[in-house]
Design a protein around this ligand. Structure first.
Ligand code: URA
Length: 436
């Protein structure tokens, strides 16, 4: 077999066999096929696409390039959720303990903030002492005790994706539905879940800017995941404006605590309930989404979900007392107040611009090795559709230093659109795709 023939076949729109895909992936991971040939193949896939069979083969071959978490011997059902990334998206922090309180086991492997999107690991690590680099033994132990555990991906999990994703990043081949599907799905299947719920975000603050693109990705994740023998649900949710009222690492921990205390913002709770309820359905703990939502509400009302969250914080080295001590106070001294310039309504709060401004402030990062700050971010007082008077406080911004606040200011000001009439609220849960 020759790499050139495989590249040529895909370039001309052909369907690759499993053996051909394996030849390329194995060769790339072992170093026998050079980056220039893999880059060329990636670009051919970008333009010609892959069918579901090819995508499923690619996913499975990538999965086999590394280690998978061994959850055998533990009682399931093991179900996880993955979000394609957004701004103010702290759903994982609430969903994991709620699902666990309803009898689901959640083996959650999350990522870090990158570009305009936030990262679950960075949020959790803003809790004093909280550690996210768990060993497999700890991951198993914590799941069996609290029903969930939160860790990062180790270098042993899907090493093929580490190399391929880095190469895609510098060859303009990230935005390809089959390549994204194989990348996300291989990592999620490696963590040992039997069923997966995907939150595919759509809108300015999302990776997929239009509902049509989000739908193509959700369909691909569902069909490819099913071909790998998993139960899959794809939920398309809106990411036009940030989710909830707080954006930032510890600020999002605070808002997660609010949710678990039963006082979370409506948009955030709607997305959280819907995704968690689908996890219950996929795991056989509820017959319908409505029944699932009811169980989630009870898990919060009874205090059980909050108890499990606190247990997890303590289990992963976090200081629960210090966390509550910082609640409402963990704010940098470098502050900007954004005031409403004219009476009327807030037309929009652009999630992408807020996410990009957050990188200046120290919420997120542009390069994986850059640090993030726990006590920075945004507290919104009002969001799209709200009536406002001139001079009202729209949001308070906290930055790592004064220069960061000044650098972020133009983007933050541009993120707000003001209007004379209330805009129609678009639905937060746009579409659900599943064969369950
Ligand atoms: N996130 C991933 O993990 N992989 C992609 O390809 C895109 C987003």
């Amino acid at each position: 077999m020759r790499a050139t023939d495989i590249i040529m076949k895909k370039r001309d729109g052909g369907e690759l066999s499993r053996e051909e895909i394996a030849f390329l992936i194995d060769g790339y991971v072992k170093g026998s096929i050079p980056e220039y040939q893999v880059s060329s193949w990636l670009m051919a896939v970008f333009f010609r696409g892959m069918n579901f069979r090819e995508t499923a083969d690619l996913t499975e071959l990538m999965l086999r390039s590394g280690k998978t978490m061994n959850l055998s011997g533990l009682a399931g059902p093991f179900v996880d959720k993955h979000s394609t990334g957004g701004v103010g998206d702290k759903v994982s922090l609430v969903l994991a303990p709620v699902a666990a309180a309803c009898g689901i086991r959640v083996p959650m492997m999350s990522g870090r903030a990158l570009g305009h999107t936030g990262g679950t690991l960075d949020k959790l690590e803003s809790i004093p002492g909280y550690k996210t680099g768990l060993s497999e033994a700890q991951f198993r132990d914590f799941i069996s005790k609290d029903g969930f555990a939160m860790t990062g991906q180790t270098s042993e999990i899907v090493p093929a994706d580490k190399k391929l994703y880095a190469l895609r990043d510098v060859t303009a081949t990230v935005e390809s539905v089959p390549l994204i599907t194989a990348s996300i799905l291989s990592k999620k299947v490696a963590e040992g879940a039997e069923a997966l719920v995907f939150d595919v975000k759509s809108g300015p603050g999302a990776f997929m800017k239009t509902v049509e693109d989000a739908e193509r990705l959700a369909n691909s994740l569902v069909k490819t995941g099913e071909a790998l023998g998993k139960r899959i649900v794809g939920v398309i949710t809106d990411m036009s404006e940030p989710l909830g009222f707080k954006v930032g690492n510890f600020l999002e921990v605070e808002e997660s605590i609010d949710c678990l205390r039963g006082s979370g913002p409506a948009d955030l709770m709607e997305v959280t309930y819907r995704l968690t309820a689908w996890m219950l359905v996929a795991g056989g703990k509820a017959k319908t989404v409505e029944e699932g939502i009811d169980a989630c509400r009870k898990a919060i009302a009874s205090g059980r979900a909050l108890q499990l969250f606190e247990a997890n914080v303590a289990r992963q080295g976090g200081d629960v007392k210090a966390m509550y001590g910082l609640y409402g106070k963990h704010r940098s001294a470098h502050v900007l107040e954004v005031r409403v310039p004219r009476p009327g309504f807030i037309g929009a709060v652009d999630a992408y611009k807020i996410g990009c401004a957050g990188v200046y402030l120290g919420v997120g990062r542009n390069r994986t090795e850059d640090p993030v700050w726990p006590d920075v971010g945004f507290v919104f007082e009002r969001k799209a559709g709200d009536r406002v008077e001139k001079g009202d406080l729209a949001c308070t911004v906290y930055g790592k230093d004064d220069a960061s606040v000044e650098a972020a200011r133009p983007l933050i000001e541009a993120a707000f659109a003001w209007s004379d009439a209330p805009s129609a609220k678009s639905p937060i849960v746009i579409k659900e795709i599943t064969a369950l």
